[in-house]
Unconditional design. Structure first.
Length: 385
């Protein structure tokens, strides 16, 4: 009765089972996996948010496959410090970045075609690939006093079925921004092989160690689709507002935009109230980002202070984003360790294999966790060794 693409193993993993059991028993859990900023104690201007959602123009239906011009102009204004020549005709609004990925994957791939994704990386891609009948091929990120793309392995992974390379800028969970040399090499590969570049920039604004990083939105040597949205930029995941921006050689971009318009017109998915509110939501980003970056830096400082008191565990360098990777003794699998931490210390942290780490010895923690919870959780985590 059901499609093969949905034949997933729906049984909860051991960590999820342990977490559910402890919660059902009322155990106090120190969660170090926070990903929802609306539950992390940040201040939101509720009056501005609710007022933006009550625009009377939302009573009228004026569909545009790309999205309302006023909303796309707000997106272009957001990018103006990084690209002053962005045309709103190249912007497509979507209901979340998952939908943005689905539009681009459908645009580029036939069933069975291949999309290259970074590893370590976010596990969302697996389900999207299943639903869209594409095959994921991983290319590794290497760590040596900072992260870098393993281009030798990337090029070896390319086949005649390859259609696009995904770069997450900065990567989740490594926090690695693609540097100028890496961008240049990616463009060379894509241009030479007729591949598209898909740049996921949802964490772009959260650089920790330098001035704002450049965006792929103005990338021109190869056909490029830049994806982002207010889930991270403004800390409003519940509003489901994201976008695709096309750039690259004019003849390729023109064809891509024409085809994307048909795809978007088939769904017309973003509702009018959110589109009309998007300028206000983007205006709220500065206050939210200041709060979040301050939280991340405080948690990093606390982590470094606690790490300095022992010599068993360490953390990897990060350039941006919301997560930190902990290097721990690889004396058992990451999942075994995460389950042990949960059951013995009531600390919930993600094992590295959730993010496609190829070897044991890594845990991933969220830096947007409330500061008292984060510090207490790290103390308990370190005490297990």
């Amino acid at each position: 009765m059901f499609a093969d693409r949905t034949k997933w193993n729906l049984e909860a993993n051991r960590l999820a089972q342990s977490l559910a059991r402890l919660r059902a028993a009322g155990a106090p859990i120190l969660g170090l996996t926070a990903s929802n900023p609306t539950e992390c104690g940040f201040h939101y201007d509720s009056q501005v948010i609710l007022s933006a959602l009550s625009n009377p123009d939302a009573l009228h239906y004026d569909p545009d496959p790309r999205g309302l011009a006023s909303a796309r102009q707000a997106v272009a204004a957001y990018y103006s410090p990084r690209s002053r020549n962005l045309l709103i005709e190249d912007i497509f609004l979507t209901t979340g970045t998952s939908e943005a990925y689905s539009f681009v994957f459908r645009l580029l791939s036939n069933p069975g075609d291949e999309i290259l994704i970074p590893a370590p990386g976010y596990p969302l891609f697996e389900l999207l690939a299943d639903l869209l009948d594409v095959k994921l091929v991983r290319y590794p990120l290497l760590y040596d006093h900072g992260w870098q793309i393993d281009f030798h392995s990337l090029e070896r992974a390319l086949t005649h079925r390859s259609r696009a390379i995904v770069v997450v800028h900065p990567n989740n969970p490594t926090g690695h921004f693609a540097n100028a040399q890496e961008v240049s090499r990616l463009n060379e590969i894509c241009s030479a092989r007729g591949l598209a570049l898909i740049a996921d920039e949802v964490f772009l604004d959260f650089a920790l160690d330098a001035p704002p990083r450049p965006s792929f939105v103005a990338n021109s040597p190869s056909l490029t689709f830049t994806l982002s949205g207010i889930s991270k930029i403004s800390g409003l995941p519940q509003m489901k507002a994201a976008w695709i921006i096309a750039s690259g050689p004019e003849h390729l971009k023109k064809d891509a935009v024409a085809r994307l318009e048909v795809i978007a017109d088939s769904y017309l998915s973003m509702n009018a109230p959110i589109q009309l509110a998007l300028p206000a939501f983007l205006d709220l980003r500065k206050n939210f980002q200041q709060q979040l970056i301050a939280r991340v830096r405080k948690n990093l400082a606390a982590l470094d202070r606690l790490m300095s008191a022992q010599k068993i565990c360490s953390r990897l360098d990060i350039e941006g984003g919301w997560y930190v990777i902990l290097r721990v003794p690889a004396i058992r699998s990451d999942e075994d360790l995460a389950v042990e931490l949960l059951e013995q210390k009531n600390v919930h942290v993600h094992p590295g294999h959730f993010y496609d780490f190829s070897i044991a010895g890594f845990l991933v923690a969220s830096l947007i966790t409330r500061e008292d919870t984060f510090q207490a959780g790290i103390q308990r985590l370190l005490s297990i060794f």
